[in-house]
Design a protein around this ligand. Structure first.
Ligand SMILES: C[S@@+](CC[C@H](N)C(=O)[O-])C[C@H]1O[C@@H](n2cnc3c(N)ncnc32)[C@H](O)[C@@H]1O
Length: 238
């Protein structure tokens, strides 16, 4: 296995070819949410020239099949001591939960990530949370580094606004990904992200002395991911 590599290909058909079974300590997966997202809609308040094209969305009708396929692909590569965090909106959460159970994962926590979202609604509440599903393979063996004395399952972390900076679709806050890595891995461990997006997991892994492996189906994302990784390496050396 070639550590610290990102494959610009479909994770579903390639994880088993690229990643040996029982080799991954931590998986962080932030898949497309199946909500017709391209990151350019007016509600996202972004100029389209700052959004990388080629974002791959999944239709709602295909969401269960899609979730089944990639969860089935990641299960064998995770170590018995490992764990996985899956980020999900609420719209297709039911499909995700079914696919998680079918793949064989055990759900340890259902974390709510509360963020601010500047949309205006007239006749419904403003969505301001995501679900983060904390999954393990073996309840007795998984690694957990209890960083805080009383780690609650509701996290309030602000989304980053990066005006004038080019982005590939949605980006998780660095702070959020760093928290997941610190709680569920050790320096030198291998962190897999099947949906790399902007490379946030790779950047946090470099910063925290972990190894990363990733997949991203959109080849247009490579420029941004390369640049984010190069910056992270420079910061690490300072
Ligand atoms: C929600 S974004 C991930 C954002 C990322 N967590 C970040 O912080 O930048 C989902 C990404 O998955 C990619 N994607 C969709 N289907 C894929 C597949 N089958 N294999 C690999 N990547 C895929 C999309 O192109 C998109 O960049």
């Amino acid at each position: 296995m070639e550590l610290n590599t990102i494959y610009y290909e479909d994770c579903i058909s390639n994880i088993s070819k690229r990643v040996p079974e029982n080799s991954i300590d931590l998986i962080i997966a932030d898949p497309p949410f199946g909500i017709k997202f391209d990151g350019k809609g007016a509600q996202y308040n972004r100029k389209s020239e700052f959004v990388v094209s080629g974002y791959t969305e999944i239709t709602q009708a295909n969401y269960l099949e899609f979730s089944r396929s990639w969860l089935k692909a990641i299960y064998p590569v995770l170590k018995e001591t490992g764990s996985a965090y899956i980020i999900s909106g609420w719209t297709n959460l039911k499909d995700m939960l079914i696919a998680i159970d079918e793949a064989g994962f055990i759900t340890q926590n259902h974390i709510i990530w509360k963020y601010q979202f500047g949309v205006f609604t007239k006749r419904k509440y403003v969505t301001s949370h995501y679900h983060i599903l904390f999954l393990v393979k073996n309840k007795k063996k998984y690694y957990f580094n209890k960083v805080d004395h009383y780690p609650e399952d509701v996290w309030e972390i602000k989304r980053e606004y990066l005006p004038g900076k080019k982005k590939n679709s949605t980006k998780l806050p660095d702070q959020l990904v760093e928290k997941l890595i610190q709680y569920s891995s050790k320096p030198g461990d291998v962190v897999l992200d099947p949906f790399m997006g902007n490379g946030t997991t790779a950047v946090a892994s470099i910063k925290l002395q972990r190894n990363y492996l990733g997949f991203e189906i959109n080849p247009h994302a490579q420029e941004i991911i390369d640049s984010n990784i190069a910056n992270a390496k420079t910061l690490k050396m300072d």
